[in-house]
Write a protein that binds this ligand. Structure first.
Ligand code: CA
Length: 264
């Protein structure tokens, strides 16, 4: 945090509001799509892992800083009041679950645990300690930013803030995708997608024009612990194309995977 003494009044009453409020324009209650007003604190001791995560957060437009251990993390949370905390569980000084508990005792800031510990005990424990979500390393950049947005949406909803103010719906010509209501319309007509079809279309359409690897799709849409075949992705793509009535919405990229694009 470059301005530790700047007051962010929204943070005092709760995380979701602080995520949503633009400091110099307090009436604007939405998450800026470029994320530049969301200040993320990463508590992570491994310098290499930390720098990778910080890079991807900054690329996504977040204002990201790092604390290398539990105590400095608690200090930054107390003094700089970040909008969201990414917390590693394996820290050199304090156990991450302890850090989680201590943050939660004093603050409603959203916490996403990021850890190499994939076993269910840790997941359940972290969530019981008040973490808002849990990501198992390694994870993709898109998954990380998607989780941050999802946590922001949920905490906004939980505090009664109108959920539509954090909408990240998208329009591509005749196609409208609204993650909040999970509705897709094409030229005004609703397209009925299965939950996974929706998640896949939602995911691909977050980076229009970009070639996305099949393995990234599997990991981010089907989950880090899903060990299926990439044919599953192809089958879902085929179903979405059929429902959209034009295969060009999702193009195959040879040797890579797929690209979402508005057809010419
Ligand atoms: Ca660690």
């Amino acid at each position: 945090m470059d301005s530790p003494h700047k007051e962010h009044p929204a943070n005092i009453q709760g995380l979701s509001n602080s995520l949503a409020i633009v400091p110099d324009r307090p009436s604007t209650r939405h998450i800026n799509l470029h994320n530049q007003f969301v200040r993320v604190l990463l508590i992570e001791d491994d310098a290499a892992i930390a720098s990778g995560i910080l890079d991807s957060l900054r690329q996504a437009g977040f204002d990201a800083t790092r604390a290398p251990d539990g105590r400095s993390g608690l200090h930054v949370v107390a003094h700089d009041r970040p909008d969201l905390v990414l917390l590693d569980l394996g820290l050199p000084d304090l156990d991450g679950t302890d850090v989680c508990r201590r943050i939660r005792a004093e603050s409603d800031v959203p916490i996403i645990v990021v850890s190499a510990r994939a076993d269910e005990f840790d997941r359940v424990l972290a969530l019981e300690l008040g973490a808002d979500d849990y990501l198992v390393k390694p994870f993709g950049n898109r998954e990380l930013t998607a989780r941050i947005r999802a946590v922001a949406r949920r905490s906004a909803a939980a505090t009664g803030q109108p959920v539509e103010t954090v909408s990240d719906d998208r329009t591509f010509g005749p196609l409208h995708i609204d993650p909040r209501s999970r509705r897709v319309t094409l030229a005004g007509a609703e397209i009925n997608l299965t939950p996974k079809e929706f998640e896949l279309l939602d995911y691909l359409s977050r980076s229009p024009g970009a070639a996305v690897w099949r393995t990234d799709i599997l990991r981010d849409v089907w989950g880090t612990r899903w060990y299926g075949t990439t044919k599953t992705v192809d089958a879902h793509v085929a179903a979405i194309r059929k429902k959209l009535g034009n295969p060009e919405w999702i193009q195959a990229v040879r040797g890579v995977g797929f690209r979402f694009e508005e057809p010419p």
